[in-house]
Design a protein around this ligand. Structure first.
Ligand SMILES: C[S@@+](CC[C@H](N)C(=O)[O-])C[C@H]1O[C@@H](n2cnc3c(N)ncnc32)[C@H](O)[C@@H]1O
Length: 270
């Protein structure tokens, strides 16, 4: 999955990303409402190639294909917006799309050197609990495959409290500003993501501070594509360390039947 060809295709896609094409592809309702969630079934997803019966994103794991599609769907129109990425790592797609659509990208990442101070228009050291900008700086804050790690214990992570992280994001957002956060389900990270506990995830957004909290479910209904099983190294390493507060039978069920899918959370600051 992470072959050289795969990483070249991934970089090429980020390099060529085009806001106008994304608007054409995603600028309509691409989900179906079901039980309070927005369901993006693979067979109805704009990235699904009906003729080939395959996802048209030609690189990455099944999860990364959803990540790419969801970034395209949510970030193609950032004109005149100040946008902050939390935990940016090395993936360039979102920042290229934001800049090309006329927005300003800024990033914080705990793995950057401590003396690399972020500035508007540039990435630097920071984290979800320590965003070194004044209050009401940003129109949008987003994180790609990062939130599930903020409260993680496995791999020696020092877990942060989700209420502190969301309060810090709330602080730096302007009133009416929005968040976009995507994360895998039944994969790794904090137990509520491994267990797919969407009610608990939703509850980190306080109703007196946030409105329009929406969760999209990508790939939960993956027909006719192949199901994506949680990798062995997650099942046997991360899961036993992270999962401490769910009944044994629920964990066993998730182990036996759980497939990896993705959520995209959006919300608006009151
Ligand atoms: C799986 S990587 C994803 C990186 C990149 N966003 C991508 O999609 O390729 C998770 C990222 O979250 C960052 N991260 C972990 N804990 C964090 C925290 N508490 N605050 C901000 N970022 C964090 C990690 O350093 C890492 O860059």
């Amino acid at each position: 999955m992470h072959s050289k060809k795969d990483s070249i295709l991934k970089r090429w896609h980020s390099f060529r990303v085009n806001p106008k094409k994304c608007a054409d592809k995603w600028g309509h309702q691409y989900w179906e409402e079901a039980d309070g969630y927005r369901v993006v079934a693979c067979k109805h997803c704009p990235s699904f190639d009906t003729q080939a019966s395959a996802c048209s994103i030609n690189f990455g794991s099944p999860l990364r294909k959803c990540v790419v599609s969801s970034i395209e769907a949510h970030l193609y129109d950032c004109k005149n917006q100040d946008v902050l990425e939390v935990g940016f790592g090395r993936f360039m797609l979102a920042r290229n799309l934001i800049k090309r659509s006329g927005g300003t990208w800024t990033g914080v990442e705990p793995k950057r050197p401590k003396d690399e101070k972020p500035e508007i228009g540039k990435g630097g050291h920071g984290s979800a609990t320590d965003i070194p900008f004044p209050e009401q700086t940003f129109d949008k804050v987003f994180a790609v495959q990062s939130i599930e790690h903020w409260g993680q214990k496995a791999l020696g992570f020092k877990p942060s409290s989700y209420s502190d992280c969301i309060a810090e994001i709330h602080r730096v957002l302007k009133p009416g500003g929005t968040v976009y956060l995507d994360a895998p389900i039944h994969f790794h990270g904090h137990e509520m993501f491994i267990m797919g506990d969407l009610e608990k995830i939703k509850a980190i957004f306080r109703s007196d501070q946030w409105k329009n909290v929406q969760i999209e479910k990508w790939r939960e209904d993956c027909e006719p594509l192949e199901p994506y099983r949680p990798p062995e190294n997650c099942l046997n390493k991360d899961w036993p360390i992270e999962i401490t507060s769910y009944p044994e039978e629920e964990v066993t069920k998730a182990r036996e039947t759980g497939l990896v899918w993705m959520i995209a959370i959006t919300a608006e600051k009151i």
